[in-house]
Design a protein around this ligand. Structure first.
Ligand SMILES: [Zn+2]
Ligand SMILES: [Zn+2]
Length: 372
């Protein structure tokens, strides 16, 4: 116990040596009753495989980026630094553990099973012993992860290192994995790549949508927050902020992938999020004074939305596309031609084009107004 306290103190001290000016990003989202949105990155590397940073640096970066949880997933089969960096497959997790505790982050033990296609690369997280994943046959590695109650997902299926045209392909091996219930999710997004085929597979096979950085170098070399850039994240819609609730939500497929300016996920998760971010200044349109009405679209969140108009009703006109920036109120002008009679209940249809509920399909949004 004493040893643990001393090592925790040393961790806090070593953090504080450089932490004086460190800050954590806060991404403001609306409160959704009964759930916590946990921001996670489940795929990253350290010097213990082919990454270039020490494990504690990954924790510091995750804290700065506003994450709640991270998994360090060093390769099992690819260890280019092994002559210089000794340690077994659990070592990167063990080294990072105290830093995560000190910063109140959930650190998940993980590893990347790194095989040729098929089946390609698979991450196993929430495992208990990464060393057991070092096997001759890839099936034994995936079985070992499942025997440990791990959550397994298929990484970057369209990675050009394994698919020259960048197109993800489903093989018999993946059907076998699915039939055995040995794979639970797929990366729809890896780093700067989005795989539309994978997005559809997740919907068809009830696999959890995952988005990760797969970062190898310091994260700041890839994403500049000053330019508004951020690493891809998996937002897990959990009952509470605990490792158990996080894992359960992953198994239940309760995720949203946050990639560039886009949110990718099931309609059932994206709709309540949008509805709690965006509201209109009025639900009435009274054209008695003027044929033009200015409404205000409020968005106090840190998310931005793009709304594309769909089939405006007869006699009514407004912008074809409305940008709803983060933390702003946006004017929304609606015109009536005064000739076309209006229904009592006027419905304006849009598509939120940066909220993807299926490949190429944005979230349909309807604003309803009383016209009397
Ligand atoms: Zn990989
Ligand atoms: Zn990787």
């Amino acid at each position: 116990m004493q040893r643990f306290v001393v090592s925790l103190l040393l961790t806090v001290l070593s953090l504080s040596l450089y932490a004086k000016e460190q800050t954590r990003q806060i991404l403001r989202l609306p409160d959704i009753p009964g759930v916590e949105i946990l921001m996670c990155d489940f795929h990253m590397h350290t010097v213990f495989s082919d990454g270039t940073v020490w494990p504690t640096v990954r924790v510091g970066e995750a804290w700065q980026d506003g994450l709640h949880a991270l998994a360090i997933t060093d390769h099992i089969e690819y260890l280019p630094h092994k002559e210089d960096v000794k340690g077994d497959f659990n070592r990167s997790f063990e080294i990072a553990q105290n830093s995560a505790k000190a910063l109140n982050l959930t650190l998940i033990r993980g590893a990347e099973i790194t095989r040729s296609m098929p089946p390609g690369h698979l991450n196993a997280i929430f495992i208990k012993d990464a060393n057991a994943l070092q096997t001759e046959d890839w099936r034994d590695a995936v079985k070992a992860a499942n025997d440990q109650d791990g959550f397994v997902f298929w990484n970057h299926p369209g990675w050009t290192g394994q698919q020259k045209d960048g197109k993800a392909r489903w093989y018999q091996e993946h059907t076998d994995l699915l039939d055995s219930n040995w794979v639970h999710g797929i990366e729809v997004v890896n780093n700067d790549e989005y795989y539309p085929e994978v997005h559809q597979w997740c919907l068809d096979h009830h696999l959890t949508m995952i988005g990760n950085s797969d970062v190898h170098n310091p994260i700041a070399m890839s994403y500049d927050p000053v330019l508004g850039e951020h690493r891809p994240m998996t937002w897990v819609i959990a009952a509470e902020n605990s490792p158990q609730a996080l894992k359960q939500a992953l198994l239940d497929g309760r995720t949203i992938v946050y990639w560039q300016d886009t949110l990718i996920g099931k309609e059932e998760f994206l709709r309540p999020l949008f509805n709690r971010c965006v509201s209109l200044s009025s639900s009435e349109l009274n054209f008695t004074e003027s044929s033009t009405i200015l409404l205000q679209i409020q968005n106090p969140s840190d998310l931005q939305f793009t709304l594309k108009a769909e089939n405006p009703p007869p006699g009514i006109s407004y912008a074809e596309s409305i940008d709803v920036p983060a933390d702003r109120i946006t004017l929304f002008q609606i015109r009536w031609d005064k000739k076309t009679p209006l229904p009592d209940l006027l419905q304006l249809d849009f598509v939120a084009s940066n909220l993807w509920i299926a490949p190429g399909k944005g979230l349909p949004i309807t604003f309803q107004f009383m016209t009397k």
